[in-house]
Design a protein around this ligand. Structure first.
Ligand code: NAD
Length: 354
């Protein structure tokens, strides 16, 4: 499989392959763009059915990190690592240490962090072999989740994003009695549910894992809904916090939400869904603009970290979204297209190619 002619290849600066027979590691690190800083991105461990699928994921996800970091105002580039292994069956400390050596060999152009299939214990092994690892500062006060707990910061960023969307679309400064549906009340969704409940919103939650729903019903007076009701339910805000490609040819025509604002990555199944949402008058908060809380949190690492700085940066997600919404409205172009153009202007400008 050729990388340079791959449809997801977007002038990535580096795509490196590594195999370590002793530990069984088979990994790819893709660095998309380091104009603004080192290429930071999580390490995903997943039993890819083929090398081609792993390459596709590494190329697509590393590019996404460049856009996300640029729009979040971070002096950081985009990278991503993928390990072809089943995280439950194949992953070992030796494999993660071998991954650390691979990261170290790139001399700091790529900075590794947690992602799906990796956790704190894995980063502990990686850190034995490389200094180029994101996060690790202890929580500094009771509000501070610590720089590696990305989900609490992601949820707070989503909450600020919802506030901005409600202000823009509904002309309201408060969320009292607002009807919000959440798909997926896992690590991010459940914290978002708490913020929304505290702000007075009425919650409708669905999750493939029943105890997660029951928890929200008990704690936040949420109404449990099932997957079949999700799209037809009339709500002010639909917050997808479970999986990608949720906005597709099947769901978009059925949607009865005014605003879509959630944590899931790659919510649009195809770019054309962004246009379809605009035409239906639905305000879509582009996923990578609203869900950047995790990398913002990670950015404030080390001894100078202050939670107040993290929180004020998270609030800027609302301002960025408002800019996107206004430009989308003025230019009649979908919000996801506007977000891409804004991000490109930020990371391409220093290279003189914006
Ligand atoms: P998680 O795995 O903790 O939670 C996801 C929840 O969705 C789980 O409770 C799961 O049971 C549920 N779910 C899965 N499939 C479902 C379905 N078909 N219908 C209803 N519920 C379903 O993950 P998370 O960390 O909360 O992340 C949620 C989403 O946000 C993911 O798409 C993730 O990629 C994205 N995201 C997370 C972060 C972060 O900081 N954790 C940052 C950016 C983006």
């Amino acid at each position: 499989m050729s990388v340079l002619s791959h449809p997801e290849y977007d002038d990535h600066e580096l795509v490196a392959f590594h195999r370590d027979p002793a530990s069984g590691l088979r990994a790819i690190i893709a660095i998309h763009d380091t104009t603004l800083g080192r290429g930071l991105g999580g390490c995903r461990v997943y039993p890819y059915g083929s090398e081609a699928l792993a390459i596709t994921d590494a190329l697509r996800l590393s590019r996404g990190m460049t856009y996300k970091a640029a729009l979040a105002g971070l002096k950081q580039g985009g990278g991503k690592a993928v390990v072809m292994a089943d995280p439950r069956r194949d992953k070992t400390p030796a494999m993660m240490q071998a991954m650390g050596k691979f990261v170290q060999s790139l001399g700091g152009r790529y900075v590794i962090a947690e992602d799906s299939g990796t956790d704190e214990a894995d980063m502990h092994e990686v850190a034995k072999q490389t200094a180029f690892i994101g996060g690790g500062a202890a929580p500094l006060n009771p509000d501070d989740p610590g720089d590696r707990d990305t989900s609490a910061a992601t949820a707070l960023g989503i909450f600020f994003g919802i506030q901005a969307a409600v202000r823009f679309k509904l002309g309201r400064d408060d969320l009292k009695d607002l009807r919000v549906s959440i798909q997926g009340v896992g690590k991010v969704g459940k914290v978002l549910a708490r913020h929304l409940h505290e702000a007075g919103a009425k919650l409708f939650v669905c999750d493939a894992h029943a105890p997660a729903v029951e928890d929200c019903v008990r704690r936040y007076g949420a109404t449990a809904i099932d997957a079949t009701e999700l799209f037809e339910l009339e709500v002010d805000v639909f917050s997808p916090c479970a999986l990608g490609a949720i906005l597709n040819d099947d769901s978009v025509p059925r949607l009865r939400a005014t605003i879509i604002a959630g944590a899931a990555n790659n919510q649009l199944a195809e770019p054309r869904q962004g246009k379809a949402l605009l035409e239906r008058g639905v305000l879509y908060a582009p996923d990578y603009a609203i869900n950047a809380g995790g990398i913002i949190n990670l950015y404030y690492e080390g001894p100078t970290r202050r939670w107040a700085d993290v929180e004020s940066h998270l609030r800027r997600i609302g301002g960025t979204l408002t800019t996107i919404f206004e430009r989308s409205h003025d230019e009649g172009r979908p919000t996801d297209v506007i977000a891409d153009r804004l991000a490109e202007a930020i990371f391409r400008a220093p290279r003189g190619v914006a």
